[in-house]
Design a protein around this ligand. Structure first.
Ligand SMILES: [Zn+2]
Length: 232
């Protein structure tokens, strides 16, 4: 199964047409995790946006849906995942379908936290969950220069280390507050920032509740504007 998924992503990355949708993995309850690819496949500037990883913090999916439906970018290669935790979203919980906090399960500064269904249960070991492994496969394949992870409800842009400059710009473009906050153990940005020096991966914490049309448009605008700065 792993090879098949990898092949479908490789095919998407290298073959015409340059845009499309691929399944990058399946959740523990066998729901597909899809990635949409838009823009200039030949561009060295790869951008990944994930609308939801905590299943009860999915307002960012309204932003990623806008990204998928608006005019494709000309100066970068945009990869979009509406939700990497379809089981958690279906259940209305933060964790995945078997009670693991996916954003504590990445293999960077991973530590054991809690027990199954605790809010930050980090899983039995790093990368124990198919959802985090799907993200690992995709990120290793496309090597995003910029990754944005949507969460709720802190209402700020948060980043640490090498990702601070890009996140500060994003805060300005989206008219949000910025905070320099260290990556928690085992998070996706923790892994990406350590594993891929020189790239940016940070978190946008939207306000609680659903996102208004106006704010979703504003977020999509900020994503596109920041991504365009990559090519100067
Ligand atoms: Zn979250």
């Amino acid at each position: 199964m792993g090879i098949e998924i990898l092949l479908s992503v490789v095919a998407l990355a290298s073959a015409a047409p340059s845009t499309g949708t691929a399944v990058v993995g399946h959740s523990t309850q066998d729901r597909p995790i899809k990635v949409h690819r838009l823009g200039d496949a030949a561009s060295p500037h790869k951008v990944l946006v994930v609308g939801c990883i905590h299943g009860n913090e999915c307002a960012g999916s309204a932003v990623t849906r806008k990204l998928v439906h608006r005019k494709a970018p000309g100066s970068f290669d945009l990869w979009v995942i509406n939700c990497v935790n379809p089981d958690g979203r279906r259940l209305g919980v933060r964790q995945n379908g078997r009670g693991v906090d996916l954003n504590r399960n990445f293999g960077s500064e991973w530590i054991p936290i809690g027990e199954r269904w605790d809010p930050e249960y980090s899983g039995p070991r790093p990368w124990s969950e198919p959802e985090t492994r799907a993200v690992r496969r995709l990120v290793k394949e496309i090597r995003p220069e910029l990754t944005i992870w949507y969460h709720q409800p802190q209402t700020l842009v948060r980043a640490w280390g090498q990702s601070v400059p890009a996140a500060r710009k994003f805060a300005r473009f989206s008219n949000m507050d910025f905070a320099r906050i260290r990556w928690p153990h085992g998070t996706a940005p923790n892994w990406q920032n350590h594993r891929f020096p020189g790239t940016s991966s940070f978190v946008v914490e939207l306000a609680p509740g659903p996102l208004s049309e106006h704010k979703a448009n504003r977020q999509a605008y900020a994503v596109m504007r920041l991504a365009r700065t990559l090519s100067g």
